[in-house]
Design a protein around this ligand. Sequence first.
Ligand code: GTP
Length: 682
Amino acid sequence: MSHITEAEYKNIFHSSPNPYVLFTPDLIVADINEAHLQLTDTRREDVIGKYLFDAFPTPQQEIADLLQSSFDRVKKFKVEDTIHLLRYPIRYSNKDGKGWKDRYWIVKNKPILNQDGCVVFILNNPTEVTHLISSGDIDPSWINNSDFMRNANIVREISKVENEHRKMRALMEQAPGFVSILRGPDFVFELANKAYYQLIGHRDILGKPVREALPEIEGQGYFELLEQVYRTGEPYIGRAKRIHMQQEPDSDLAELYLDFIYQPIFEDDGSVSGIFVQGHDVTDAHNLSRKLSYQASHDSLTGLFNRREFELRVENAIKEMLVIPNVLSLLFLDLDHFKNINDVCGHRAGDEFLRMISMVLSSRLRATDTLARLGGDEFGLLLKGCPEHVAMNIAQDLRQAVSEVEFVWQNRRFSGSVSIGVFSFNDISITITDALSVADAACFLAKEKGRNRVQVNRKEDDELINRRQEIDWIRDLTEALKGNTIELYCQKIQALEHPAKYPNRYEILIRLKNNDGDMIPPMAFIPAAERYGLMPAIDRYVIEKTFLHIATTFKDHTSLLSISVNLSGASLNDDTFPEFIRNIINVTGIDPTQICFEITETTAVANLAKTSNIIRDLRKLGFRFALDDFGSGMSSFEYLKHLPIDYLKSTAHLSVKFNLISLMQPLSMPLSVLQTLCISKR
Ligand SMILES: Nc1nc2c(ncn2[C@@H]2O[C@H](COP(=O)(O)OP(=O)(O)OP(=O)(O)O)[C@@H](O)[C@H]2O)c(=O)[nH]1
């Protein structure tokens, strides 16, 4: 058999009575024969090298889409595709003018494959059928039954389906989330919407396997997940999963967080043929929630953990000991004389110093240690798997490091100093509150012993036990002050002589209730309140409550009553106290002559000048003053000369009559009973 030369092939192509156009896969006109040029009334030079729709324009996009989809099928499935009826108008231009001539066609598109099976050309062969449609002399029943019309109906159905398909694609395109379809075991990109392209930085991915299209994803576990879904047919849902990918060509990898689903695509026989990928970029929401949780767990000034997070971590560490026996060490650090920096240079300097100390402490710790700022100038440190002797060494190291800090602010120099309490334990029954208060108490002792030192907790250390008890009282008292649950009682003051002259005298006392409902007398908690500076708050609480009670309950019987209220030394040293009293009188409108403030001898003597001034100030308003427990201390009559007091109250064994001497009655009663008592005695 003789071979046909290329020239002979060309000759056959050009002289064929059937119209042909040869397109490249990009739909560029590679060649066109005479029959086609005549049929479409076109000149060769106007179409060669041009894109299909530039060479053969059409007035309507839908028509172009139909033709385009036929070419797409040819490229995809590599088999001939026929459009059984296509309305494709042809442009004309003659002496009558320009316009479009309606033409109808049957169009066949055939792939020309190379040796590797790739599409190198598409041979387009249109057959014009306009005359069949427009002649009008065709028997209608023949039209309905003819193959031609059946084909036409099929075409209509196909275009309906294709229309639906187009709408679906448009919806997918506009979907706010990203969508793509991966086909076959190599996960070749068959489709991707706008959001997907945006996510991957508009890379050219269609027709490429995912490993080739997105190489930077390798090693992040995503390809393995695709394979798993493909193999098992089970969908996979990822929530805020981290991925590193390029969002711009040649850019650095960006850290993103995605919510997504890999949904298997099933064929009719139940096999998986691809994966439908759908999801959202949730990076912003994720980062925001990370930021919020950072803020909730960190101290904004120093960047260290805050008290809440610290307590949570200590609590978890105690729970972990249930599973793995361990020794935990808690360090409680309190800067020495920090207030000094604030007072001398202002809070900004104080803040800067706190930041500096935080850095010094952090730099000496392991990543697994938990350092937190608990508040003010207090820090907590949790060391896991750390026995006491190691914790002591660490504490000494930190103390030393802080003592070497030199802080300069506006030419003023300050050196650092810290007191540290250490508590090591392996007892899983301990509560977090106890553990922290033991370390706190040890730190307190370190302060008391002279500061700039480390104090380890020893169970047998009485001082520490007392401190812990005190800290518990302070916690209870602070709660009670906040919750208004300190209870006020009154106790009658009995004049030894002329009792009728002083009928209704009462002293206000405070009581605290413990968790079991038992009343706790003041001598149990007042020392702790004095030591921890809670007395001014307690005094004000009692004064407010008592004055309000008198104002509301004894409005019409005020002259019947005289009430004694104890005042602590701290209030007498507080320059704002007289102002507080003036305000409360204005608010309640009570008569100051009904009130007698009781102060102790030791308080008065501690700061005689200041105390005398405040007493004078308040007496001018009408208040009276009594010196309590006279005789229990130095009992020097000398200083009494300088104190402008009205009464002396003495212990029973020392009967000194000054103006009025009283004895406590053993029974006391709640303040609320007072009204009934007084009124009935009237
Ligand atoms: N600059 C600054 N000061 C704070 C902050 N929080 C609390 N303070 C102050 O820190 C001081 C802590 O005082 P203390 O610990 O009682 O006093 P100190 O001078 O360190 O005395 P000792 O602990 O007894 O040695 C108080 O004056 C608070 O007002 C803060 O965030 N910034």
